[in-house]
Design a protein. Structure first.
Length: 143
């Protein structure tokens, strides 16, 4: 996965923060308006969005003469992929993971333990009151 430049990151932040996953996306003008403090030309924003589409970071759909853009993946999925890519840079993946695990806070360690427990099918389940389905214990507390 390619690292994002400063302007690409700002555009992706707009898509991740302003456009919910169920949205039809935003136009170049809407992104440019959200980045008004940067005083960017419309064509600059259009070029950045086009390049991000080429990199697979955004999806776009025609709406009349304009394109509507939305992030291809969540911010969290992007960050997770960056972390995995960093592990592939060389050396020992195990040593890097141990070093990382030792550097996180207690709260972050708990999040990792819960995620690993879930992956192994060990996490306690509670009833999800919204859907009548089992939910992970940590999901229930996030609501």
């Amino acid at each position: 996965m390619t690292r994002l430049g400063d302007l690409e990151r700002a555009v992706m932040d707009v898509l991740w923060d302003v456009v919910p996953g169920t949205s039809d996306g935003v136009t170049v003008r809407e992104v440019a308006d959200a980045l008004a403090g940067r005083e960017l030309a419309y064509t600059t924003v259009m070029t950045v969005l086009d390049r991000l589409a080429g990199k697979g970071m955004v999806q776009r759909e025609r709406e009349g003469r304009a394109w509507r853009y939305r992030a291809a993946a969540s911010r969290e999925a992007h960050i997770a992929q960056l972390m995995l890519d960093a592990l592939d840079l060389g050396g020992s993946r195990d040593a890097a993971l141990v070093r990382f695990a030792r550097s996180v806070t207690g709260t972050e360690a708990e999040v990792l333990r819960a995620a690993l427990g879930d992956e192994a099918g060990l996490t306690d389940r509670v009833e999800d009151p919204r859907a009548g389905r089992p939910a992970l214990a940590d999901e229930a507390t996030d609501r």
